[in-house]
Design a protein around this ligand. Sequence first.
Ligand SMILES: [Zn+2]
Length: 287
Amino acid sequence: ELKKEGKTRFDLGRELFIKRVWQWKKKYGDIILEQLKKIGASCDWSRTRFTLDKEYVKAVETAFLHYYKKGWIYRGKRVVNWCPRCRTSLSDLEIEYKEEKGKLWYIKYKIKNQKSKTKNFITVATTRPETMLGDTAVAVNPNDKRYKNLVGRHPPTTQVILPLAKREIPIIADKLVDPKFGTGAVKITPAHDLTDYEISLRHNLPIIQVINEQAKTTKEAPLPYQGMRVLEARKKVVEDLKRADLIEKVEAYSHQVPHCYRCQTTIELIPSEQWFLKMGGLAKMAQ
Ligand SMILES: [Zn+2]
């Protein structure tokens, strides 16, 4: 509703926003309850509660405080689905995937201290070249024979020079890498991809957040790429890679792109401060 008026909840501020929520609830709340009755839900409707009812809020606060005092509630960074317009995280169920015709860029990362004259580069394929600014590794499948001579030692000894950012990052082996995708070598961007995030935890890779809550590049990106919208950054990254002759080829590529179910904005994956509840103690009580 706010979008129709060209506003966001940040234009309203907290007080006015809550007022609007109540207006909405008055208008639609009863319809939702009537629909539930129609589809046959048999509940004690005299005890209906809305999430902003005083008693309900009090119950949530009490439970939160109870867990907090026990030390079971904590905050931590986690990569979440994020809508840059609603500025909120979304669960996997709140995302709609749409097929989009994109591109697959094959980018050459220079291998450090490589003696061979023919294979000085490892090539990774990506649909989102701008995220390479936050890469902290290149990964291959441990069973991929093509890369056998580059991995397998602990800690990883082969380093590549990340183009544009000019940082050194390791080549690692992880079973989550699909050898059939692109060249079988993939870039690992823990801050902006869920699989990469999982891989980064296993290999103790740093997390470099180059895209923020407004879908703009951050100060952790190299200077020439800071403060840009994602698509602007993509354009500049591709141009600069081309100029440096680091793009091997570009292929047309259709893939599923996640969108916000409320406003259809393209979802970004970003690390966000979230509340967590330790389940250990609760699980014991349930046994
Ligand atoms: Zn949205």
